[in-house]
Write a protein that binds this ligand. Structure first.
Ligand code: ATP
Length: 366
């Protein structure tokens, strides 16, 4: 398979725009790495550089320990689907899928079997004999993806391969890709806007912002230990509630005042040493799913009552919207909300579920 290493990789485009800034990243053999971040943060540029479609301005990229520019394409089993893919217009879906394996001299039976498998996974069986011009954009995109997946390459590079696909198909393709990766264990670099996809697929998620890596780790690491408010906001669905507050350290406790009330978090010795300023302006982060409806426990928790302003029923849960500090504030409860739409309800959140970020730097304090 393939390991990929980026050392101080920098990309400045000819117009002077710095799209990628001194990135270090190690991708181990068999990892499924998913790049996420706002539009224009440099995700595509990174994977295009690894794919050899874009030159680095400085720094180095190695695959299996070898400099990218020294690799003979024949010695690396790699496939990619970038945003500007093209299909062979004169070939049918089946022939498009089979093309790469035929070129590599695979036996006919294996090509047929793999084509059928990929077509089933990507919902292409019904259009097997059609040519690209009669296909929808979603179907064409899936054929492009299928042409790469069928090769089972050691290194697979995919730039938003599922963007624009219908929801049901997209969900089913994500599931089958996860299953296939667990079987094949090849190395995959994957760009998406969807945190949901990243959550299911990634062994490592790389969160980017303005050309920089803000944090990387498994979904759980990013979810439970976001290093800053940006990651907490980006990773959480529904959006994490962020409200302004003040923070003061007194006798081993951090007292935090917000519009929800005052509460404290006990500090560990290590945290006490790290926290220099006794007072500062903070942002308090509370996930909708960490808030419970009702009084909850008294100890180590924040209780507040608010008027419900919106009730949005989802599949297995209900999103209740309120207003805190003049901003929308959400809680996500399991099951159905049985109360009145504009009732005043009591809520509770345990303090060990609360995140505290510095308001200026946005870095996590507690
Ligand atoms: P998206 O999610 O919208 O695809 P991205 O995170 O993949 O965005 P990139 O496509 O890597 O972002 O682009 C990063 C930045 O570099 C963008 O601001 C883009 O406009 C800019 N950029 C990309 N290619 C060039 C180029 N050839 N010349 C100048 N700027 C470029």
């Amino acid at each position: 398979m393939a390991s990929v290493s980026l050392k101080q990789v920098h990309k400045t485009f000819p117009n002077g725009f710095e799209a990628v800034k001194n990135i270090d990243l190690d991708v181990e053999d068999g990892e499924f790495v998913v790049f996420v971040g706002p539009s224009g943060c440099g995700k595509s540029t990174i994977i295009r550089m690894v794919a050899g479609q874009e030159m680095v301005t400085s720094g180095e990229i190695k695959i299996n320990g070898k400099q990218l520019k020294e690799i003979n394409p024949k010695e690396l089993s790699m496939a990619m689907v970038l945003q500007n893919y093209a299909l062979y217009p004169k070939l049918t879906v089946e022939e498009n899928l089979a093309f790469g394996l035929e070129k590599r001299g695979y036996p006919k039976e294996e090509i047929e079997a793999r084509s059928r498998e990929v077509a089933a996974d990507l919902h292409l069986a019904d259009i097997y004999n059609k040519k690209p011009k009669s296909l929808s954009a979603s179907q064409r995109q899936r054929v492009a993806l299928g042409r790469a997946l069928i090769l089972k390459p050691d290194l697979l590079i995919l730039d938003e391969p599922l963007a624009g696909l219908e929801k049901e198909i997209r969900e089913s393709v994500v599931q089958s890709m996860a299953k296939k990766h667990a079987e094949i264990k090849n190395t995959i670099l994957y760009v998406t806007h969807s945190v949901k996809e990243a959550k299911i697929l990634a062994s490592q998620i790389v969160v980017m912002k303005r050309g920089e890596v803000i944090q990387k780790g498994t979904y759980k690491e990013l979810y439970y230990k976001p290093e800053n408010a940006f990651v907490a906001e980006f990773i959480n669905e529904p959006d994490i509630n962020l409200i302004d507050g003040q923070y003061e350290v007194l006798e081993g406790r951090a007292y935090i005042t917000t519009e929800l009330g005052e509460f404290y978090i006990k500090l560990e010795q290590k945290e006490m040493e790290e926290i220099h300023k006794r007072k500062r302006e903070v942002i308090v982060g509370i996930r909708p799913e960490d808030i419970t409806l009702g009084k909850g426990r008294e100890k180590d928790s924040v209780r507040f009552s608010k008027r419900i302003e919106g009730v949005l029923k989802e599949e297995e849960s209900t999103l209740l919207t309120m207003r805190v500090a003049n901003r929308s504030f959400n809680t996500l409860m399991r099951g159905e909300y049985k109360g009145k739409a504009d009732a005043v309800e009591e809520f509770c959140v345990e303090t060990d579920r609360i995140y505290v970020f510095d308001r200026k730097t946005k870095e996590l304090i507690l």
